[in-house]
Design a binder for this molecule. Structure first.
Ligand code: SF4
Ligand code: SF4
Ligand code: FES
Length: 220
C-alpha cells in the first residue's frame, strides 16, 4: 500500500494514499488531535488549516473530507462557538446592525469566502446584509454547517455566519411570532448540546449512549 508522510501539529504521521486526515489520525492512534462529529462534512467540527510543501496555497479544510498528500502539514484549528443573539421578527439591515454592530467593519478582503468549505459566497452575502437583501442572504446560508471558519479568518471580527444564522432565524420568526421565543430557547439548547458533544467527558457520553440504547430514554 502506498504511503505518504504528513505532519499533524508538527508530529510526523505515515498515512495511506486516498485516506482522509481523520482516518490517518485514527490509524496513527492520534484521534484526539482533531475534534470530530459527523465524519461526513455536515457538522463543521473538524476544522483544520493545511500547508503544502510546494507553491500551492494552503488554507482551511474539514479534516473528514480532506485527503492526505505527501508533505502536507496540518494544524488543528478548533473554532469555539460564541452565543448567538436572539432573532427578531421582520428583520432589516438596521435591526441586524443593532444585533451585530460588526456588520459594517467588513473591509471586503474576501478571506471568509476563500475559507468556506461549503463554497458559500460569504463576503458577497455580508455586502447583501449591509444593503438589506436579507432574503438572498437567507438563501446564501442555506448550506452553512456552522464550522466557524469564516469567523476564524476574519481579522475584522465581522462574524459572518452568526449574522447569516440570525437572518435565517429572524425570517423564520417572522412567519410565526411564537417561534421568536422558541427559536431563542432552541438556540440555547443546541449550544448546550454542542458543548456536551465537543467538550463533555467521553466516558459519560458512552455511558449515556448505552443507557439510551437499553431504556430508550436519558436519565438526567
Ligand atoms: S473576512 Fe471579514 S472583512 Fe474580509 S470579507 Fe469576510 S467579513 Fe469582510
Ligand atoms: S459560512 Fe462560515 S460557518 Fe458557514 S460553512 Fe462557510 S465558513 Fe463555515
Ligand atoms: S466531522 Fe463533521 S464535518 Fe468533519
Amino acid at each position: 500500500m502506498k504511503m505518504v508522510a504528513i505532519k499533524v501539529a508538527g508530529k510526523p504521521v505515515q498515512a495511506r494514499v486516498g485516506e482522509t486526515v481523520i482516518h490517518a489520525l485514527w490509524a496513527a492512534g492520534m484521534a484526539e488531535e482533531v475534534k470530530i462529529g459527523c465524519v461526513g462534512g455536515v457538522c463543521g467540527a473538524c476544522t483544520i488549516t493545511v500547508r503544502f510543501p510546494d507553491e500551492r496555497p494552503g488554507g482551511t479544510e474539514l479534516a473528514c473530507l480532506c485527503l492526505v498528500e505527501e508533505g502536507m502539514e496540518i494544524f488543528p484549528c478548533p473554532v469555539g462557538s460564541i452565543p448567538p443573539i436572539a432573532p427578531r421578527p421582520d428583520p432589516s439591515a438596521e435591526k441586524l446592525r443593532t444585533a451585530y454592530p460588526t456588520l459594517d467593519r467588513c473591509t471586503k478582503c474576501g478571506s471568509c469566502t476563500t475559507a468556506c468549505p461549503m463554497s458559500i459566497p460569504v463576503m458577497d452575502s455580508v455586502l447583501r446584509m449591509q444593503s438589506d437583501q436579507l432574503g438572498v442572504v437567507a438563501e446564501d446560508f442555506t448550506t452553512c454547517i456552522h464550522c466557524g471558519l469564516c469567523r476564524f479568518v476574519c481579522e475584522d471580527r465581522v462574524q459572518p455566519h452568526n449574522m447569516g444564522m440570525w437572518v435565517r432565524r429572524s425570517l423564520g420568526a417572522s412567519l410565526n411570532p411564537v417561534m421568536e421565543v422558541s427559536v431563542a430557547q432552541e438556540t440555547e439548547q443546541v449550544e448546550r448540546e454542542w458543548k456536551y458533544l465537543l467538550d463533555g467527558n467521553p466516558t459519560e457520553r458512552i455511558n449515556r449512549a448505552r443507557q439510551f440504547r437499553n431504556s430508550g430514554r436519558i436519565e438526567e
